[in-house]
Structures are given as structure tokens and as C-alpha cells.
Design a protein around this ligand. Structure first.
Ligand code: FES
Length: 154
């Protein structure tokens, strides 16, 4: 039996029928809602490529069942920019070369947005690296990523 949920995605109300209750938020976003900015890396909670915000908190969307999100507010990388104006974290990643291949970048940026919103990132680069340790960058662009977080939170 199909399960119906209603949630907000990037400020838009979405009513979704789930034929399979095992569908993850990641697959719902990418395959049903065609929001492919959120990336699938490991699909098991180890890389952070799939990071989005749910009710303002950063989560690995591959680990969350869509069926559990009735009434939730989801923000993806597509929801950050305002028209042609990038979110300050997006702009800071560009300014500080916080990426190389770019595959992990949406997850890095969403994690940084959530971290800054939590309000305790501080100005210690090592601490920021620790708080962002759930987001792996295979290209090792960590220096630029950390600099971007430092700038964006000011
Ligand atoms: Fe979700 Fe890697 S795809 S943590």
C-alpha cells in the first residue's frame, strides 16, 4: 500500500506517494523530485556527499527514510541561492577554492551552512575540520573548505 507524505522542499510544499516505504530521502530527492544537486557517494553514511538540512539540522540523506519526514522542512543545495545571488557560503567556497572535482561540494556546503547555523563553529581551523569531518573530500581541498567556512561565518 502506498504511503503519502507532505513535506516542504526548498520552501515548496510537496505531496509524495511512496510505493516503497524503504525509499531514502536521498533517492526521493534525486529520483522523484529531480533535485540531483544532492550527491550519492557511499549510500551508507560514510562520505557526507548527500548532506541536506532537515528542519535546519544537517543530516546524511542516505540514512533517512523519506517516510519519516511527513511535515518536515528540507533544504538542498538548490534552495540556497536567491535568484542570481549565491548564498554567502557558496560565494566563500568559490573565493577560497573550496573544491576541485566538485562532487562533494554540495554536501560540504550544506554541512557548512548547518554548522554555521548551529553557531558554534568558532575560529579554530582544526575545530572546524573536526566539525566537518563527516564530509569527505577525495581531492583533499580541506584548506579551502575550512577557509570558506571561516569567512562565511563572519
Ligand atoms: Fe550518504 Fe555517503 S552518500 S553519506
Amino acid at each position: 500500500m502506498a504511503l503519502s507524505i507532505s513535506l516542504s522542499v526548498n520552501g515548496q510544499p510537496r505531496d509524495v506517494e511512496l510505493d516503497d516505504p524503504r525509499v531514502t530521502l536521498l533517492d526521493l530527492l534525486r529520483e522523484r523530485l529531480v533535485l540531483a544537486g544532492t550527491k550519492k557517494g557511499c549510500d551508507r553514511g560514510q562520505c557526507g556527499a548527500c548532506t541536506v538540512l532537515v528542519d535546519g539540522r544537517r543530516i546524511n540523506s542516505c540514512l533517512v527514510l523519506a517516510a519519516s519526514l511527513d511535515g518536515a522542512e528540507v533544504t538542498t543545495i538548490e534552495g540556497l541561492a536567491q535568484g542570481e545571488t549565491l548564498h554567502p557560503v557558496q560565494a566563500a567556497f568559490i573565493a577560497h577554492d573550496g573544491f576541485q572535482c566538485g562532487y562533494c561540494t554540495p554536501g560540504q556546503i550544506m554541512s557548512a551552512v548547518g554548522l554555521i547555523a548551529e553557531g558554534h563553529a568558532g575560529d579554530d581551523p582544526e575545530r572546524i575540520r573536526e566539525l566537518m569531518s563527516g564530509n569527505i573530500c577525495r581531492c583533499a581541498a580541506y584548506k579551502g573548505i575550512t577557509e570558506a567556512v571561516l569567512e562565511a561565518q563572519q
